[in-house]
Write a protein that binds this ligand. Structure first.
Ligand SMILES: [Fe+2]
Ligand SMILES: [Fe+2]
Length: 159
C-alpha cells in the first residue's frame, strides 16, 4: 500500500492495525478449536457434526488470511509468535468439549465464540465506516460469515 492510500485511511493506523491483529489472533484460536473438535468428536451422527465444524474452521482460517493481508497492506505485521495468539485476542481461547460426544457443549462453545466475533467485527465496521473503505468491506464480509456460523449452530439446538 502506497503513501497516498495510507494517507486517505481516516482512522489512526496504529490503532486499526492493533484491532486487526487482535481479530487475527481470535481467528487462529477459533480455527484451532473448531478443527480440533472436528477431529475428536464422537457419538451418534458425529460425521455431520465434524462436517459442520470443519466448514467453519475453514472459514476462520480464511478470515485469518484476509486479516493478515489487510494488516500487511496497512504497513503492519500479523503476530509472528504462536505463543502470542492466546493472549493477543479479544476473547479467550474458546476451548473444546470435555466429553467427546457432548454436542450441547460443542454448540455452546461455538455459539458463544461466534457471538463474540460478531461483536468484534461490528466494532471494526463502525470504526472504519466512511473512513477506511477496504477494511470496512472486509469487516462486514467477515461479520456476515460469523453471523452464518452462529445461526448454523443455533439451529442445531434441539427444541
Ligand atoms: Fe472468523
Ligand atoms: Fe466464525
Amino acid at each position: 500500500m502506497g503513501k497516498k492510500s495510507r494517507e486517505i485511511v481516516g482512522v489512526d493506523l496504529k490503532d486499526l492495525i492493533k484491532d486487526l491483529n487482535k481479530a487475527y489472533c481470535d481467528e487462529w484460536l477459533a480455527y484451532y478449536a473448531w478443527w480440533y473438535m472436528a477431529q475428536a468428536v464422537e457419538g451418534k451422527g458425529y460425521e455431520d457434526m465434524a462436517e459442520f465444524l470443519n466448514k467453519i474452521a475453514k472459514d476462520e482460517l480464511e478470515h485469518a488470511t484476509e486479516l493478515a493481508e489487510r494488516i500487511i497492506e496497512l504497513g503492519g505485521l500479523p503476530t509472528n509468535r504462536i505463543g502470542n495468539l492466546e493472549k493477543g485476542g479479544n476473547n479467550p481461547y474458546p476451548g473444546v468439549m470435555k466429553k467427546l460426544n457432548d454436542y450441547d457443549e460443542i454448540i455452546k462453545i461455538v455459539t458463544a465464540a461466534e457471538a463474540g466475533a460478531i461483536e468484534v467485527y461490528n466494532k471494526i465496521a463502525k470504526k472504519t465506516f466512511g473512513k477506511d473503505h477496504d477494511t470496512y468491506q472486509l469487516a462486514t464480509h467477515i461479520m456476515g460469515e460469523e453471523i452464518g456460523h452462529e445461526e448454523m449452530f443455533e439451529n442445531l439446538i434441539e427444541k
